[in-house]
Design a binder for this molecule. Sequence first.
Ligand SMILES: NC(=O)c1ccc[n+]([C@@H]2O[C@H](COP(=O)([O-])OP(=O)(O)OC[C@H]3O[C@@H](n4cnc5c(N)ncnc54)[C@H](OP(=O)(O)O)[C@@H]3O)[C@@H](O)[C@H]2O)c1
Length: 342
Amino acid sequence: MIKVSIVGGSGYAGGELLRILLQHPKVHINQVTSRQFAGQPVSLVHPNLRKSTDICFISLDQLRKCDVLIIALPNGVSMGLMNRFKNLAGKIIDLGADFRLHNQVNFTRWYHTVHAYPELLSDFVYGISEVHREEIRKAKYVSCAGCEATVSILSLYPLVKNELIENEVIIDAKMSSSQAGMRASLSSHHPERSGVVRSYMPTGHRHTAEIEQELSGLKVGISATAIDMVRGLLVTIHAKPKKNVSEKDIWNAYRYVYGNEPFIRIVKEKSGLYRYPEPKILQGTNYCDIGFELDQHTNRLVIIGAIDNLVKGTAGQAVQAMNIMFGIPEALGLTFTGLHPI
Ligand SMILES: NC(=O)c1ccc[n+]([C@@H]2O[C@H](COP(=O)([O-])OP(=O)(O)OC[C@H]3O[C@@H](n4cnc5c(N)ncnc54)[C@H](OP(=O)(O)O)[C@@H]3O)[C@@H](O)[C@H]2O)c1
């Protein structure tokens, strides 16, 4: 059994890690930290886990050695603690943003702070398995992607790899409230959040940096809008196809790159309610659904991608990478199909 400890287990990503790993046949959950809830059962904070486990939270200073440490702390926290974490586990998977960018100048530009451990940046492999599987297999340290970055990179990767689109894309992202984490604020207060369609970040989204890093050379604009949804993320990406690119070329690129991928589904039906990707039916699953339409009239390619931000966008992505790092079947613990209707 792989001994896994979770740092920041009382948050939303931590809760999803627990839910997935408690069902994982090769995992023993070693320890789970929370400053606020140390000593209390994890099911106090994550009531869906009642009767699944009687494990209690511990404080950070009680952490002992384990096989892999999965870190679900807010952005900016793990880089200051990483020196200590390295002594606790041979393998580390960080869900936060601190080690996603390989270049410290880029990090400072997008996160407006100086990196606390820049010499470690190059040791982290970016955690999208579909793009970095072989590096993840050999990696000690993995940094999972941001959720907008995950669904955007997966939607665009085959098109960029096969040089089917021009060098600039616009990503229109519809965000759910759980993306902001568990900490309450005025913007998450029910009267302010309920029912919104709110332009959250029309320009300047930090995940731009990750997408540009991973799809080298692509110029990316993200416009993020908060909508009335607890979980899930939908991106509608506008790209310009290169000259003479046909629908068949696009199909072939997706089939060629993703044909054997367990968690990527190309969703493009001719009719029916669910003919394009939709986050609602992905809740709790590790799938990324991708669809597209080629508009001959405007010579525009519209790509649609959907995920559950807390699973494929975070905890599921981490478990998929962990499975690869330990040489066990990649889909272990991640085969939940979702619910319909929901
Ligand atoms: N939410 C998403 O959809 C999503 C998607 C992609 C990536 N991520 C990434 O996943 C990470 C966790 O996100 P989340 O949404 O789960 O956040 P969250 O709900 O706010 O949870 C954060 C966790 O960290 C602990 N914590 C907070 N500050 C700490 C500190 N200074 N030292 C030690 N522990 C601290 C909190 O518990 P205590 O306060 O009890 O210690 C809690 O367990 C973030 O880096 C985020 O970027 C999240």
